[in-house]
Design a protein around this ligand. Structure first.
Ligand code: MRU
Length: 365
């Protein structure tokens, strides 16, 4: 699935599959301006770190389209800033907006930074980021597939599938990669209270692709592991700090502790765009707190007594020492993660500089 984030260049409209209503309905919502995109991100029409990044990249083009007059650049700066802060934890959001800013900066330096000239540049960059994300997921899927064995049952938490990326998925990309290598893999997915990304989205994606999947309550994990029903854990990430600590959906840390107890390998799969080298360790990762209503209600019926406060932290941080490997498009990083992360990011930035130099050579800039 690669059409859940679709941009119509003619109409300047971003079509998003509304993940809030899956699996019951497959309906799109259409974003035409920055507010629409921020609404879609905050209400989780679209969610999952890489998908959030790609959506924000298209959002930058919609933001540009909203600007006018001599103050257009100031207006655009403000809109990009609002987009970058729509959700706090997934670093892909800031990463994507920064990449669009870099593009704007380069265009200005090359004499093409006026409003009209910038639109095709923004559209091309967003399309490139979307395509690159699918490629990164497929590549990390191939590397990660090697970490799984024929016959494994893999436990995953939340949704780190095609829906959470531009396509193919990170944790689910690893599962798809192993299956493409001819391995028989089955999956257990935690429900992932309160938004139920596991029960609703991961189960839907895998079932659609005929990958055997069983849904379990979040609190069944210890029992399932104690019964020997889980051979590997693979999860995604929203932000990986420079030392390898990884923020992911609330509940992931508990799964990692259980995996350690039962001696089950625990992998984090994420593209390099999810790594934040500016955050030294997990203590610096901001944890989003979402509306109480997600916990107090399921749909309309209320679950908790009126007046009782709830916690709704959306993410937790798994310490690097509980992670057996970080699966990226540059390979499976091994501890000590600080050095491995530094090397992978350096390699990627050298490749992108070489690409820039080659492109500038072609255009004579
Ligand atoms: O709140 P969400 O649904 O955006 O959280 C998503 C997750 O935690 C995913 O596991 C993570 O983004 C990895 S997505 C490839």
């Amino acid at each position: 699935m690669e059409d859940h984030i679709r941009f119509d260049r003619q109409d300047l409209a971003l079509h998003l599959l509304d993940q809030r209503v899956l699996p019951e309905q497959e309906a799109d919502i259409v974003c035409r301006n920055t507010d629409d995109v921020i609404y879609a991100l905050q209400t989780m029409v679209v969610r999952g770190a890489p998908a959030i990044g790609v959506t924000a990249a298209w959002g930058c083009a919609l933001a540009l389209n909203e600007t006018s007059g001599p103050e257009w650049a100031t207006q655009l700066e403000e809109l990009l800033d609002r987009l970058a802060h729509a959700r706090p934890t997934a670093v892909n959001l800031r990463w994507a907006v920064d990449r669009m800013r870099k593009c704007w900066w380069k265009a200005m330096n090359n004499g093409g930074g006026d409003r009209q000239a910038l639109m095709p540049i923004f559209l091309d960059e967003a399309a490139k980021m979307q395509a690159e994300d699918v490629e990164a997921c497929k590549t990390l899927g191939r590397f990660g597939g090697e970490c799984l064995q024929d016959g494994d049952c893999v436990l995953t938490h939340c949704n780190a599938g095609a829906l959470a990326t531009a396509g193919y998925g990170t944790a689910l990309g690893v599962i798809r990669g192993a299956i493409e290598q001819g391995k028989r893999i089955t999956v257990i997915v935690d429900e992932t209270r309160p938004f139920l990304q596991g029960a609703r989205l991961t189960a839907w994606e895998l079932h659609k692709d005929n990958i055997p999947v069983t849904v379990a309550c979040d609190n069944a994990c210890a029992l399932l592991m104690s019964k020997g029903l889980v051979q590997r854990v693979v999860v995604g990430a929203d932000r990986i700090a420079a030392n390898g600590d990884a923020a992911n959906k609330i509940g992931t840390f508990g799964v990692a502790l259980l995996a350690k107890h039962f001696n089950i390998p625990f992998y984090v799969a994420a593209p390099l765009s999810t790594i934040d080298p500016t955050t030294p360790d997990g203590s610096g990762i901001p944890i989003e707190q979402r509306p109480e209503r997600e916990v107090t209600h399921v749909g309309n019926p209320r679950l908790t007594p009126e007046g009782v406060p709830v916690y709704n932290f959306a993410f937790d941080v798994t310490p690097a020492e509980l992670i057996s490997g970080i699966i990226t498009e540059k390979g499976v990083l091994q501890p000590p993660y600080g050095l491995a992360i530094w090397a992978a990011l350096n390699e990627a930035s050298a490749a992108s500089e070489a690409e820039d130099t080659a492109a500038n050579g072609k255009t004579g800039r």
